[in-house]
Ligand binder design. Structure first.
Ligand code: UDP
Ligand code: MN
Length: 329
């Protein structure tokens, strides 16, 4: 359907990396919908080029624009800047229906069935389940709704300082009005819920369709520094982190390489991907996969721990995944 799209937002290069991984995960699972990205003016040119290769549409949106009264009022509230940018998704009126997805989400299977839902459908927030989480939601672009949202935003602000507060204030009957607008939690599995209700995760986690790396630590900021490894394994389930890094290293890094065409950047992002994979695998307590010819397992372990995983060869994602599958069984 040409008039239906998945929409995301990235105002800087870090979130742009997230958007690239999200876009590639939607493509891997063969979505039939269009992909649209809203970007802010601070996304660098090479990142914009990669986004244009993955997304059907990349639209530059102003963070703040002084042309009308609502915008002027928002300028008194610079704290709402990013929130305001997310609301721009309602202006994509060349689509009849959309699904917004945060740039820190990852798709694990085809989710096109979400387009059967109506505005505003979303999954409960794990922290306060009478509020919906605004990381994944179904909406209908409309200039009228957009104007009303801006109006609401300038008059009432946001009770949590972000877009989720504004949207829950505006769509305030979500909790009680219509159960069909409650998306199952597996469409927005917030990583923190894994640890707050582990038995439920063990029972239902394998059904997850979308994982949301909600909170301060994002996948792209994990696994970069050996010192943070301990911490990183605590905030997200390592197998989802591994999934994120696998998409990044196989489907995003090659495009970044082409765009940058710069050796320093090449090695930096390849290294970053290798470390991300290695740290996620280490958090799963995977021992290094067998080698041909085999060095001692002690040597392998040492290399692994020094972050020198041979991720293009023996420690490739396929091998890690194979090991992971055995481990999960
Ligand atoms: N976002 C962005 N730039 C920012 C912060 C947020 O582009 O500096 C976008 C991005 O799409 C992100 C979403 O707004 O996924 C919501 O922010 P975030 O995911 O950090 O919030 P959380 O889900 O952790 O509450
Ligand atoms: Mn998010």
């Amino acid at each position: 359907m040409a008039d239906q799209a998945f929409v995301t937002l990235a105002t800087n290069d870090n979130y742009a990396m997230g958007a690239m991984v999200l876009g590639q995960s939607l493509r891997r699972h063969k979505t039939s919908k269009k992909l649209a990205a809203l970007i802010g003016p601070h996304v660098s040119e090479p990142c914009q080029s990669v986004l244009r290769r993955i997304f059907d549409e990349v639209r530059l949106v102003d963070l703040l624009d002084s042309k009308d009264a609502a915008h002027l009022a928002l300028m008194q509230r610079p704290d709402l800047g990013v929130t305001f940018t997310k609301l721009h998704c309602w202006t994509l009126t060349h689509y009849s229906k959309c699904v917004f997805m945060d740039a820190d989400t990852l798709v694990l299977s085809n989710i096109d069935e979400l387009f059967d839902r109506e505005e505003l459908s979303a999954a409960p927030d794990p922290g306060w389940p009478d509020c919906f989480n605004s990381g994944v939601f179904v909406f209908r672009p409309s200039v009228e709704t957009y104007d009303k949202l801006l109006q609401y935003c300038t008059e009432h602000g946001s009770f949590d300082g972000g877009d989720q507060g504004v949207l829950n204030g505006f769509f305030s009957n979500w909790a009680t009005a219509d159960i069909s607008k409650h998306l199952p939690f597996i469409y927005n599995l917030s990583s923190i819920a894994i640890y707050t209700y582990l038995p439920a995760f063990k029972r239902y986690g394998s059904n997850a369709k979308v994982v949301h790396f909600l909170g301060k630590t994002k996948p792209w900021s994990q696994g970069l520094d050996a010192k943070t490894k301990e911490q990183s394994s605590g905030s997200t389930h390592p197998s989802f982190l591994l999934d994120w890094w696998a998409v990044y290293s196989t489907s995003v890094v090659p495009m970044l390489k082409e765009q940058y065409g710069d050796q320093a950047f090449h090695s930096e992002c390849v290294e970053q991907a290798a470390e991300g994979l290695a740290s996620a695998a280490a958090a799963l307590h995977l021992s290094p996969p067998p080698l041909q010819p085999q060095p001692s397992s002690e040597e392998r372990k040492q290399k692994w721990e020094q972050g020198q995983a041979d991720y293009m060869g023996t420690d490739s994602f396929d091998n890690i995944k194979r090991k992971l599958d055995t481990f999960l069984k």
